[in-house]
Design a protein around this ligand. Structure first.
Ligand SMILES: [Fe+2]
Length: 333
């Protein structure tokens, strides 16, 4: 499949964010949402604790040695990146983020647009709505594109180990407050915790300006300096607390036309979705980890039956990247 990198898209300096008014609580909605929210919160907490455990002195020494040994053993088997891929990897290593226009194949765009229309038709009282695994499976073209060799190569070079395709998420960010909702953490500064190194590709499926919920990040240099700082809640840092350690003029928003792609290690750089204030944002995110992540979200993956139906179309490498049969939650090793 064809995937062409074009000239870099401009990264805009931050403009002030105005939060929408807090919507009154809907008790019916709250009750319905309670169970998945609790399960999700417990799962995320578990992943945070597993990651934190690897940073405890004695545990981290053993874990780090094992991790470094695995990196060294796999180094000679890494794919050789093209010049364009190398530039992306260097940008990710330097800034933590690379931004490139993506020319997706026509059939992949059609599949993405079908999901955009499906989400657009949903009448919801939520700050964010996502396609379900069943909906993603109706036309698996977009999901399968995430297994293209180009992306697996980039992911493997960045992670340094054989990769696991964690799946994808297609979502619509609405002009609606997330205050008090589970989604609030996504709109605050945070780190992801699926693995030590994570590779994600976010493709905008609508034009994104400052009022349309742009992706935001803190440069790798600043993120590295404050990672692990006491007092910073890694599950969501409010603006005033982040401003105290990294001034607002150092925050970056990624704006760009539809089909702008953001390649990022969301476990290394603080990032967020800035709340849409004027326009909804549609996007798809493809996610990758090593084959022993701290956590893998089942909602990113197609139903098992749909995965089995893909098997004949996939190469052994692509099939292996799905890690079929492994539990969605697994320990780091
Ligand atoms: Fe995130």
């Amino acid at each position: 499949m064809l995937f062409i990198w074009g000239p870099a898209v401009t990264l805009l300096p931050l403009t002030p964010v105005v939060d929408a008014d807090l919507a009154p609580a809907d008790t019916t909605h709250a009750a319905r949402a309670l169970v998945p929210r609790v399960v999700s919160a417990v799962a995320r907490r578990g992943a945070l604790l597993r990651r934190a455990a690897t940073r405890m002195p004695l545990v981290s020494q053993v874990s780090d040695r094992r991790y470094q040994r695995r990196l060294a053993e796999h180094a000679s088997q890494l794919p050789l990146p093209s010049v364009d891929q190398l530039e992306v990897l260097v940008a990710m290593n330097d800034a933590g983020v690379a931004v490139r226009p993506a020319n997706l194949p026509a059939e992949v765009i059609d599949a993405a647009d079908g999901l955009v229309e499906l989400l657009r038709r949903k009448n919801v009282d939520e700050p964010c709505v996502k396609a379900t695994p069943r909906e993603l499976a109706v036309d698996p073209t977009l999901f399968t594109w995430g297994l293209s060799d180009h992306l697996l190569d980039l992911a493997e070079c960045h992670i340094g180990l054989p990769v696991r395709y964690l799946g994808m998420e297609v979502k619509r960010e609405l002009v609606q407050s997330a205050a008090g909702r589970n989604h609030e953490v996504v709109r605050r500064w945070h780190l992801d915790h699926e693995d030590r190194r994570i590779f994600k590709v976010i493709v905008y499926l609508s034009d994104v300006d400052a009022g349309a919920g742009p992706f935001g990040f803190i440069h790798q240099t600043h993120s590295a300096a404050i990672r692990g700082s006491r007092g910073l809640d890694l599950r969501g840092v409010p603006d005033d607390k982040m401003d105290a350690v990294v001034p607002r003029n150092q925050w970056t928003q990624v704006t760009g036309p539809r089909m702008t792609s953001v390649l990022v290690d969301t476990g290394q750089v603080f990032h967020r979705v800035f709340p849409p204030t004027e326009t909804e944002r549609y996007s798809v995110t493809f996610a990758y980890s090593s084959r022993s992540p701290y956590y893998a979200y089942s909602r990113l993956m197609l139903p098992r039956r749909a995965i089995e139906q893909l098997r004949e179309r996939l190469s052994p490498r692509q099939w292996d990247a799905l890690c079929v049969g492994r539990t969605r939650r697994s320990r780091a090793s």
